[in-house]
Write a protein that binds this ligand. Structure first.
Ligand SMILES: Nc1ncnc2c1ncn2[C@@H]1O[C@H](COP(=O)(O)OP(=O)(O)OP(=O)(O)O)[C@@H](O)[C@H]1O
Length: 573
């Protein structure tokens, strides 16, 4: 194995189940226990120092994170850092002997860890105050750690990895301007890769950074082939990147965004494996980010990272609390007629019809004095391409019939997006939805992860999500941005997620209700689920006991099991 890739072969063996899980060392065996989190503050700060190993491996030693305390910041005392982490519900694990740098919550403290150009870009972009995950990831990545970060949807994870990686690139280029690819960012979908590249370009504006987007789409390929220049950053889907592995030998940062999706999906994992093996630099740092990190991915990270640091924000693997969540029964024995009635009711803004009474200033009153709720922009998820296409047609027709006036114009307010569409049609749908031209987007799970929409008011799970992780990510398309959480806590929640179910979904209901309760932001659950009493309505017991959608019973971590959760066969997205 090349000195630089201890991760590559371990990765292969681990994925095939043949990997021996090394003793993780340090504190990795410690699970997130919220009680302990609140009381045992020493867990975060005081690590038993390990004697310097004298390193058997020069490359390793050269790339080791500093064990000296980092530069002073506004949180430069251990107590201040500790209090900040506690308030922001940040937990950090590193190996014994490694020093955890304090979080950097504002520009003054970020300035001590990042290149001035990037700090300026953050200020100009309006990101002067770091979110919880950013504050800790910025300093850990600057200190040379490989970071695994699990933080809620919409909590700013994209900048949490882009800003430090861009900073390290600018610093590197100041010393050595030889063209080479500095970083590769992997994303599971074209839409997410394109979005990440956009954020990177705007952050790097003025620094002349070459960013290549590679998603296997013809246009991307043409651009990549036409350009002779070596890109500084490649943002890509794993399949596209794996097919052009040239010049990854000097890559210093490999980021797996939505890491659990990239590592647990059978179709994607092999490509990721190939890319990891091609990144052979002794200075390589790997980073993994997601709102859902199952134990299995945690274990993979432990094996693949050289200088591991794990950052958990809030209750792990849980939907955001500032999206009000509701489960709505829509028919026995797989009958789905109730679902369209529910969708109709939702699109009319009459959520009360579905069993909830939301209250709040979000209502509108029409000329006739009828109160309803503003529900647009609205995202509707279904489980497969065929169902998405069919539902799209139905919702268009429904939408046209609900609107008075020009029904054709009303129908154009609905767009669809799934893996069976051409890239340009997908882009067009996204653009129209983002611009407000379209009010309803009917999509498959291809859009459930990472894609950032401003102000989605309502997410409808027309089909029950296949896994708990899918639920967390789908719901997370609403209530984005740190401001959403702040304003939601000050007043009534702004966004809602309605999950429709039939008897066929019975096995998933209790775990889903548990997740919703765990999120804690005010839920509307059927009585028999809300009180934790035994299920008596809908579904047969046999199926329920079979359990295809399970949240791992791990009271401390509330972890979603990567192994057990994916029991339903995933249809094509
Ligand atoms: N420091 C900040 N201050 C204000 N807004 C921010 C900050 N950081 C990020 N944002 C905004 O928050 C929104 C969500 O960020 P982002 O897409 O990175 O979330 P995420 O954690 O990656 O979510 P997901 O898990 O769904 O991928 C974006 O619109 C982004 O511009």
């Amino acid at each position: 194995m090349p000195a630089a890739s201890p991760s590559a072969s371990l990765f292969a063996s681990l994925l095939t189940g043949g990997g021996k899980t090394k003793g993780s060392g340090g504190n990795h065996a410690t699970r997130f226990d919220r009680k302990r989190f609140a009381s045992d503050v020493a867990l975060f700060e005081h690590k038993t120092p390990k004697p310097a190993s004298g390193s058997d491996n020069d490359a390793h030693a050269a790339a080791a994170p500093p064990s000296e305390p980092p530069p002073p910041t506004s949180l430069d005392t251990p107590e201040a850092a500790l209090l900040y982490r506690k308030a922001k519900r940040i937990r950090v694990d590193v190996d014994a002997g490694a020093v955890i740098p304090p979080p950097a919550p504002d520009l003054a403290s970020i300035d001590a860890h990042m290149n001035a150009r990037v700090v300026t870009a953050l200020r100009v972009g309006g990101f002067a105050n770091a979110t919880a995950c950013q504050s800790q990831c910025y300093t850990l990545m600057a200190a040379g750690f490989d970071v695994l970060c699990c933080a809620p949807t919409g909590s700013g994870k994209t900048l949490a990895f882009l800003a430090p990686v861009l900073s390290s690139f600018v610093q590197r280029r100041e010393k050595d301007s030889t063209p080479c690819t500095h970083a590769v960012v992997l994303a599971p979908s074209r839409e997410l890769a394109a979005q990440t590249a956009r954020v990177l370009k705007s952050l790097a504006a003025g620094a002349s950074v070459k960013v290549r987007v590679d998603t296997g789409v013809k246009d991307d390929e043409k651009r990549a082939n036409a350009s002779k220049a070596v890109p500084d950053f490649v943002v890509c889907t794993p399949d596209a990147c794996a097919s052009r592995l040239r010049k990854l030998g000097k890559v210093r940062a490999l980021v797996l965004d939505e890491a659990d999706r990239l590592l647990l999906d059978d179709g994607i994992r092999a490509h990721v494996q190939t890319i990891v093996a091609a990144c052979t630099s002794k200075h390589l740092r790997m980073h993994m980010f997601s709102a859902t990190i199952p134990e299995k991915v945690d274990a993979m990270a432990r094996e693949m990272f050289r200088h591991p640091a794990r950052v958990y924000v809030g209750v792990r693997n849980t939907p955001v609390s500032h999206v009000r969540q509701q489960l709505v029964y829509c028919g026995h024995g797989g009958q789905e007629t109730g679902k369209m009635i529910a969708v109709k009711s939702v699109l009319r803004g009459k959520l009360e019809d579905l069993g909830g009474s939301f209250g709040g200033e979000d209502d509108t009153t029409d000329d006739r004095g009828v109160r309803s709720r503003r529900v647009f922009p609205c995202l509707i998820f279904c489980r497969s391409v065929a169902r998405c296409q069919a539902l799209f047609e139905q919702v268009r027709a429904l939408f046209a019939s609900l609107q008075s006036g020009d029904s054709a114009a009303a129908a154009r307010r609905v767009v669809g997006l799934h893996g069976g569409m051409s890239t340009s049609a997908r882009q067009d749908a996204l653009t129209r939805f983002r611009s407000g031209d379209a009010w309803v987007l009917v999509a498959t799970d291809v859009l459930s992860r990472g894609v950032d929409f401003a102000g989605v008011r309502l997410v409808v799970n027309y089909d029950f999500p296949s896994t708990a992780a899918d639920y967390v990510h789908r719901v997370g398309r609403a209530g984005r941005a740190p401001t959403a959480a702040a304003s939601a806590s000050a007043q009534a929640p702004l966004a809602r997620a309605v999950t429709l179910y039939t008897a066929d979904d019975a096995d998933a209901l209790r775990p889903c209700a548990a997740l919703i309760r765990e999120a804690g932001g005010g839920a509307f659950l059927p009585d028999w689920l809300d009180g934790g009493t035994s299920a008596s309505g809908g579904g047969d017991r046999k199926r329920r006991r079979g359990g295809g959608w399970r949240v791992e019973k791990d009271p401390g971590a509330n972890a979603i099991s990567g192994r057990r959760e994916v029991r339903r066969r995933k249809p094509k997205e």
